[in-house]
Design a protein around this ligand. Sequence first.
Ligand code: ATP
Length: 245
Amino acid sequence: SAEAPLLAVRNIEVVYDEVILVLRGLSLQVPRGAVVALLGANGAGKSTTLKAISGLLKTENGSVTRGEIVFDGARIDGTDPERIVRRGISQVMEGRKIIADMTPLENLRLGAYIRRDGEVQDDLERVLTYFPRLKERTGLAGYLSGGEQQMLAIGRALMARPELILMDEPSMGLSPLLVQEVFGIVRQINRDLGVTILLVEQNARAALSVASFGYIMEQGKVVLDGTADALRDNEDVKEFYLGGS
Ligand code: ATP
């Protein structure tokens, strides 16, 4: 349709420490309500792309030196991470970054720190319906299993009531069964809550099972894009990203 995408990254260049050029003219779009996958090998620049969108690049001495990032009709490149969260973008970090010496519930409440409305408790209960196991875990979050920590990180992002969630490798370190479970939840929150999702993954097969569209990155730019079905049928994608099957 002619509707403007919720997120448009246009031809961005990203530099770390003022000299290390990592993104070289990267463009992508995420339609409202979609799940879009950003795939590619280690070091292609996937995490950097997410950090450019969430503003977290700044905390690593990186900056967008060319191009623009437009969210919901407004430029956000160069904006502080906290303002970006307030505008409706939450990032689920690689390696989860939950707070180990707080309980799961405390971690979830922390996700709502930007909110001033009176519905945080209602949302907490709604979020817990997706992750019933977290309710039973009353100890410290540091003792949760890898899968539970990933779920907690997703739940915490949801507590900010985002329009867009950026997920950095939710499958990392999880068994195949847990990968399926986590991706099932990703699909559910997209469908039930209408949250738009940009998903970075090295596990292309899992990502394309939930995304409707995907981009493949190499060396700081997009080299291929297409619907999930088209990418799954693409011979190069099969060979290099789907393990030749
Ligand atoms: P991975 O799956 O390993 O996270 P990726 O596709 O997400 O890979 P990035 O983490 O974005 O890739 O890294 C892209 C390039 O940028 C790599 O060459 C990496 O060494 C470099 N890089 C990442 N973070 C920094 C930083 N803070 N300072 C300097 N260089 C960095």
